[in-house]
Design a protein around this ligand. Structure first.
Ligand code: ZN
Length: 251
């Protein structure tokens, strides 16, 4: 495989630092470290992390220019993410950076701004069984993924999820309480590919599951494909939006 895929995993990193809590027990170093460690162990992938408390939330221009795909996990502190950083991430996506938005990241400013809708949904914490149905077995994100995935207990996320019509629906979830949810969706904005994937409530060990990690690794490769190619040469993704809106005479 030519080139190397650079993954950055961003996490607000609040739940896992609360002493005595379930998230700390499941992810002692944080969700971002659990995911980045998994990605780093995959061939051709280099992973780093960034968190809310870091300067510029760890998402400087320098970091984003070299990031092929950004994973986003947030829940309690969406409003604490600085607008300047949100804009920088949006621009990076339009320039071709991949973005994978996880679970409660549905309400992140980055996601809502890129999609243009409220992204609101129904939810319930009742330890319900969830079955994710793989409705796109031909898609790169589902390579090596079974026809359905069962999660014994999870938070319910239900329709209607106020998102624009996805470019492609990859997973649909059924919940024990009767709700359904579009749990895996792709969107394209500018040159960037976006994947939203709902499993990952912080009190369940979802990101330790091999089947879920397989999906996330596939998603990293698929959403980051263009950027990794565009960075070949000088290591940074070119700012292609600078070339639009030019008055070019006939040759
Ligand atoms: Zn949740």
């Amino acid at each position: 495989m030519a080139g190397n895929l650079n993954v950055t995993v961003w996490n607000e990193f609040i739940h896992e630092r609360r002493a005595g809590g379930k998230p700390m027990e499941i992810y002692p170093a944080g969700i971002h470290v659990a995911l980045a460690s998994h990605f780093s162990a995959q061939a051709g992938i280099t992973a780093r992390t960034a968190t809310l408390d870091e300067s510029e939330h760890g998402l400087t221009r320098e970091v984003l220019d070299r990031t092929d795909v950004l994973f986003w996990w947030g829940h309690l502190a969406h409003d604490k993410v600085e607008d300047a950083v949100v804009k920088r991430v949006q621009d990076a996506v339009l320039d071709g950076m991949g973005l994978v938005v996880l679970h409660s990241g549905h309400a992140a400013k980055v996601f809502k701004n890129l999609l243009g809708t409220s992204c609101g949904l129904k939810w319930r914490e009742a330890d319900e069984r969830e079955i994710l149905w793989n409705v796109a077995p031909h898609h790169p994100i589902t390579q090596g993924v079974a026809e359905h995935i069962e999660i014994d207990r999870h938070e319910m996320y239900g329709e209607r999820h106020d998102i624009p019509e996805p470019d492609q629906l990859i997973f649909i979830s059924w919940f024990q309480g009767g709700n359904v949810f579009r749990s895996g969706c792709t969107f394209e904005r500018g040159l960037g590919r976006i994947f939203y994937f709902s499993p990952g409530h912080e009190t369940y060990p979802i990101y330790h599951r091999a089947d879920i990690l397989r999906i996330l690794t596939n998603a990293a490769r698929w959403t980051g494909e263009y950027s990794a190619r565009a960075r070949e040469g000088n290591g940074r993704r070119p700012d292609l939006r600078k070339t639009v809106n030019q008055n070019v005479p006939l040759a």
